[in-house]
Design a protein around this ligand. Sequence first.
Ligand code: G6P
Length: 760
Amino acid sequence: MRAIHPPVMRPIRFMVVLVLGLALLTFVAALVVQQTTRTWFENDVKLRAELAVHGARPALVRHWDPGHAQPLGRLLEEITRDERILAAAACNADGVVLATTPEYPGEFSCAEIVDHVESAEATSATTWTTVRSIPSGEVHLSAVPVYVEGQPIGFAVLVHDLGFVARRDAKTRTFLFAAFGFLALAASLVTIVAARTSWRGWSAELRRFLRGGGHRPEFQPILRDVRELVDRLVAESEADREGGAWTAERLKQTLRRHLHGEQVVVVSNREPYLHERTPEGGITVVHPASGLVTALEPIMRACSGVWVAHGSGSADRQTADAHGRVRVPPGEESYAIQRVWLGAEEEQGYYFGLSNEGLWPLCHIADVRPVFRGEDWARYRAVNERFADAVCDAVDGDDPIVLVQDYHLALVPRLIRERLPRATIIMFWHIPWPNSERFGICPWREELLDGMLGASILGFHTRFHCHNFVDSVDRFLETRIDREQSAVVRQGRATLVRPYPISIEWPSRWTAAVPDADECRASVRHELGLPADALVGVGVDRLDYTKGVEERLRAVERLLERQPELRGRFTFVQLAAPSRTAIEKYRELNETVERLTDRINARFGRPGHVPIVLLRAHHEPASVVRYYRAADVCYVSSLHDGMNLVAKEFVAAREDERGVLVLSQFTGAARELTEALIVNPYDLEQASAALAVALRMSVDEQRDRMRAMRALVAEFNVYRWAGRMLVDAARLRSRDRLTDRLTEPVIAIAERARTGTTSR
Ligand code: G6P
């Protein structure tokens, strides 16, 4: 047997210590992760129980009597339809059982639980919870008090299966132990290699050379290679580290690295800065209320270039040069807006007519019928041509990168492609895409689809909308669908159809410009004439029927009906930016919202206090952030929304990690912000229960939820959104250029063969 050489002994000891250290670390990490996720799941289960009981409360109360055991039992069974609720019981305030579901475990008697519920109520922790074991595994018990006019009449006990937590724990453990195994193996290998290297005296030699001591000419080439390698590794690891967060700088570098800094041209209907005349005869700059603008403006600041858009401000002509150009942002000019001027008839047919009376309701499920008029379509086509012309005038070279935005400009990708076949065109659709059956009612469906397929990449917020689009294409156009690549091939050219969920700037420049939450809380309450401890909810929208403003106000009304103790204590502030008011449906909505507000205020208002404050005006972004920061709860109740950036803006504004987001399940944002209280805005019982839960939520839970959502928005910010699209575009571009280079000679040979010329 070979003797172990003494210098190897030290590394082996080191290796053993390292592996033991790693084992200890893994063990501790496993414990911490398990504990944290468990608390989190248990909190979630508790919240689900509260929502279930609050939702069913009116029906429960109706049968809350020992004589109604049967209907009460049926109601409990209804609640246990949720796959994770195993059983339920209803107990009166004296701990007497009123009804149970058949599977309810006998050992959890009402008489035993009533003491715990009373002591939980005494500490205002309302719902009492515990975890117990039964033969089928661990279960979570939540005893949720049931109130009538503020008085407890008993409680409902819900038994949740905790098996899923155990399964997730097991998965986490397996992952951690696999990571440990991998690390231990890697550490052992590195140690052994290092030991052998040092034994042979190589490391000293290598170090000497890396320090520049390699004077021997035969080592010079190796040394150069090693240095190059090290430089590359350092650069790559820096890029990786930077990879943690997408920033404006990283986006700029991506553009430089992947697209060689080529100019970006954005084209949209709405411009990022409107110049408006003031009543005093001056000019003011307005930031329009538009998710599209919120998302794209930081991108243009980072990338420079030109933004082509409709010049719709009353002082826009006055502030632009003779070509309709103006450099923005005011005072920090870094890119240009190229304004397109539209006549009143053009605006009527293209913007109000086809775009907002036709395509907008076509794509949103909000019970408003689309209106399609032939003259609007003619204007839409003509205006799309004008935008395409403006883009072609604005670009340098024949292969620009053009980002076409939204439903106003569906024909623009094809129109640009016809003029600039080598352009990289990315079209992003900011609103939902309907199913093919609904889309099929549009008289110009083929033309719209074909127009969009002029793009190289077509982006939607969700995979679901991508599928709807591909299905529509499949149904109405002659194309080849490559489902594997998620692409549509038409006339030999492919369009990738991909989901790119949009987001906001992080960190936002507006949050930095506004005082902290304590100050905003105090100043907003003062302004509204409310006491310092008043509870405040906030809603922020354009006045659009897709935003569910009516449903939101009705949910507040229901909340005040159900929770009399909130009357006089809770105020809901609705910031409502007037929008598209030339359209009748929008004018009707304005009136309905006003009537509803008056009715609720008449029902629940008191001298000196109204429950609903309707602020119908355009609010600049900094003012919106103030309200976000002042609010205890923000309710986003869209009936259908591609993404909804208000939800993300609220999260971004809450640096204090307080405030609760109640979010409609019909927004794209609900797929990402899962720590919000997700509701169906049409279900007023559920929505008002969620508002009640939000207003009672402990500070710790608010912090946990807000922290998780903030981490998500920080990581998946708008720079990442744009970066991913640009990187995909760059890949396509290199592929197309390579194909061009390979096919050009073949075409040239074929051409020579056809004309009979020979090459020399
Ligand atoms: C939605 C659309 C945007 C539009 C915004 C505001 O978010 O997707 O394209 O800019 O609404 O609407 P407006 O008609 O005022 O531009």
